[in-house]
Design a protein around this ligand. Structure first.
Ligand code: NAD
Length: 281
């Protein structure tokens, strides 16, 4: 039976560490600051933004939320980002996605100053990640790496398989595992034999958005399995991309859903914001 990689517990530890770092920075006269921009009234986005604001308050990070109407123009949004780019109280800027259709998401993300891009989604930041330069690690894959580290799992020399190639999870995850010397395979919706690829993995990361896609027969004995997926079933249950019951019988480590990767994402946003403030000192 697999050991549980307890994201809830590890995220709480990270938040405590961040709290201490914020205290140290405040003693040096710097209060880390995060600006979150929400355009429109998507209910899920409102919850995410509220949680991020609350998490900042808990660790002593100054946070301001800019709630803009869905009718906000791209120019208005770019103007606000420009102001925040120049605001010395703000070290991190996060634009909650998705944006309304009339706004060019790429253009908006690219307008965030590189040293304030704490979500790590801008093309320049991603470029730096790929070439191994100083950058902000995107929060969800960063959280996965911290989970591995805290469990003492070194990716070096291991075969890692990442299922999913999105810009926010799959691709940066693969790059981060590569940077830590894993041999990495990326699978996606057109992969011809997903089960065979997954069975090669010493470390398997599922970031697909398909409930319980990865089953026990697709996993090598002793593999470490990280489940990024969050899927709500018609009966209201929340499940990951991994079939926990069958996979946990074969894996050596597994993240639960909920309580695995999910809590790590916000913790890493806090960590990136403190890092941005430190760099600005
Ligand atoms: P996405 O929809 O952007 O990407 C999904 C990827 O899965 C695509 O690259 C696609 O090629 C691949 N895919 C789809 N069907 C497949 C199949 N049958 N076999 C193999 N690959 C397949 O999703 P995303 O934004 O990367 O998110 C993935 C999941 O992670 C979602 O469930 C999302 O809710 C969750 N998520 C969780 C967190 C967190 O904090 N825990 C953060 C971001 C995303």
């Amino acid at each position: 039976m697999a050991n549980i990689l307890d994201g809830k517990k590890i995220a709480a530890e990270v938040r405590e560490e961040v709290k201490r770092e914020v205290q140290e920075l405040k003693e040096r006269g710097v209060t880390p600051g995060l600006a979150v921009i929400l355009v429109g009234d998507d209910p899920a986005s409102q919850v995410y933004v509220r949680n991020k604001h609350r998490a900042c308050e808990e660790v002593g990070i100054y946070s301001e939320v800019h709630r803009l109407a869905a009718s906000t123009t791209q120019e208005e949004l770019l103007k606000l980002i420009d102001q925040l780019n120049r605001d010395p109280r703000i070290h991190g800027i996060l634009v909650q996605l998705p944006l309304p259709d009339h706004i060019d998401e790429k253009k908006v993300i690219d307008s965030i100053a590189l040293d304030k891009d704490v979500d790590g989604f801008s093309p320049s930041n991603v470029g730096n990640l790929v070439i191994g330069d100083k950058c902000f690690y995107p929060c969800t894959p960063h959280g996965c790496m911290v989970l591995l580290d805290r469990a003492g799992i070194d990716p070096k020399g291991k075969k890692a398989v990442v299922v999913g190639r999105s810009n926010i999870v799959g691709k940066p995850m693969a790059m981060m595992l590569l940077a830590r010397h894993a041999t990495v395979t990326i699978c996606h919706s057109r992969t011809s034999d997903l089960a065979a690829e997954c069975r090669q993995a010493d470390i398997l990361v599922a970031a697909v958005g398909k409930p319980e896609l990865i089953t026990g027969d697709m996993v090598k004995e002793g593999a470490v399995v990280i489940d990024v997926g969050i899927n709500r079933l018609p009966d209201g249950r929340l499940v990951g991309d991994v079939h926990f019951e069958s996979v946990s019988k074969k894996a050596s480590w597994i993240t639960p859903v909920p309580g695995g990767v999910g809590p790590m994402t916000i913790a890493m946003l806090l960590k990136n914001t403190v890092e941005a403030a430190r760099r600005a000192c």
